[in-house]
Design a protein around this ligand. Structure first.
Ligand SMILES: [Ca+2]
Length: 148
């Protein structure tokens, strides 16, 4: 790499913000996350995330949750996460993340949750504990997207 190429590469690197962190997105463990205060139904929240080339957050690691808790310290409301019961039988095997995967060994249900067959969509509270809720309830939400 000659001097000019090296200089150019340096400038390019400093300009690229692959998680759009100036716009509220956080770069955590190679993915981008953002919390939105707007109160929407689960489906509307998912649509909003998808319009940003992302989806509702998929949570499979307590390590990532710990970092996200330290990153998003101002969340005071429950927020939709990308988890839903596919058939309403309140069977954990039927829950799917927005990427199509089933629950992994990492879960963080609040005590007594999931509680109700009419509550098929999942929120996290400000402590990131999970609650099944009616999908038409309004809540804030958290999106994730790949880096670009
Ligand atoms: Ca519940």
């Amino acid at each position: 790499m000659n001097t000019l190429t090296s200089y150019h590469y340096c400038i390019q690197s400093s300009l690229v913000d692959s998680c759009d962190t100036n716009n509220g997105w956080a770069d955590v463990e190679n993915k981008c996350y953002r919390h939105f205060d707007q109160q929407l139904s689960w489906e509307a929240a998912r649509t909003s995330c998808r319009q940003l080339n992302g989806d509702l957050i998929v949570i499979t690691s307590g390590t990532v949750v710990n970092i996200l808790q330290d990153t998003f310290v101002n969340i005071t409301t429950s927020f939709w996460i990308g988890l839903r019961d596919q058939n309403g039988a309140n069977n954990l095997a039927d829950y799917r993340w927005t990427d199509g995967t089933s629950l992994t060994s990492y879960t963080n249900w609040a005590s007594g949750q999931p509680s109700n067959t009419n509550q098929r969509c999942v929120t996290a509270d400000p402590q990131w504990s999970w609650f099944d809720e009616s999908c038409t309830q309004l809540a804030s939400y958290m999106c994730q997207k790949s880096k670009y």
